[in-house]
Design a protein around this ligand. Structure first.
Ligand code: Z5A
Length: 212
């Protein structure tokens, strides 16, 4: 019998919502319970395209806004063969940011429509579950100052949050909103419950195509 596919699970959220912390904890918990799981993050700064993006985020280089949007998308597409292979082999992928960040961040810039921003990512592997870690700006501020990278300002982050809210109205995506102001352990519990449901469901349905 062919092995059951893994689930594609994405964590999204505003700056300092705890995405990286929770991705790592979820992968560890899944592995400890005998479920193959690996973490990925976007941008993946290790590839040639990822290095261009990293230099842009660190403000070491400038890129035209459409161009950098397409690079973020290309950075996802270049990982698709690997992602599909791992999912087919039964490994669950826990992904720190995905196409939704791509759309939310670019469409928060002047002159970009949601539709234009979604287009390059149409057809990517569709997540079985997208959890949005909800955290107010005041609560985020308690977790430290913004970093030095591009986009890390309160005005821009508020605009990004509004774009995420628009994206979350799409019923074709399995969105779950998580209260990220809870303790790390309580957030982890919520995330684990949703993830185990998604993993069980993914066993019985083929991998979908995003926004198609
Ligand atoms: N971007 C884009 O424009 N287009 C795209 O297509 C994609 C991304 C994919 C990448 O940043 C930037 O690229 C990002 C979007 C844009 N720009 N911004 N802003 P990144 O992925 O390299 O870094 P980040 O996603 O911005 O990281 P983050 O948001 O700063 O952090 P986080 O992963 O959400 O949180 P964390 O690192 O797990 O935790 C932050 C701190 O809070 C840390 O000290 C923790 O110990 C603490 N923490 C975590 N959870 C809790 C709880 N529950 N209570 C108290 N404290 C907590």
């Amino acid at each position: 019998m062919a092995c059951k596919r893994g689930a594609l699970i994405v964590l999204e959220g505003v700056d300092r919502a705890g995405k990286t912390t929770q991705c790592a904890k979820l992968v560890q918990a899944l592995q400890q319970s005998g479920r193959p799981a690996e973490m990925m993050r976007f941008p993946d700064r290790s590839t040639t395209i990822g290095q261009l993006i990293s230099s842009y985020l660190e403000k070491k280089s400038e890129l035209e806004d459409h161009t950098v949007h397409l690079l973020f998308s290309a950075n996802r597409w270049e990982l698709v063969p690997l992602m599909k292979k791992k999912l087919e082999q039964g490994t669950t992928l826990v992904v720190d940011r995905y196409a939704f960040s791509g759309v939310a961040f670019t469409s928060a810039k002047p002159g970009f429509s949601l539709d234009w921003c979604k287009n390059p990512d149409v057809g990517l592997p569709k997540p079985d579950l997208v959890m949005f870690l909800q955290l107010s700006p005041a609560e985020a501020a308690l977790r430290g100052q913004f970093g030095e990278e591009r986009y890390e300002t309160s005005v821009f982050q508020r605009a990004v949050q509004q774009k995420f809210e628009q994206l979350m109205k799409d019923p074709s995506v399995n969105w779950q909103v998580i209260d990220a102001s809870q303790t790390v352990e309580n957030v982890h519990e919520d995330i684990t419950t949703h993830s185990l449901n998604a993993i069980n469901t993914a066993h019985n349905v083929p991998l979908g195509e995003l926004w198609k």
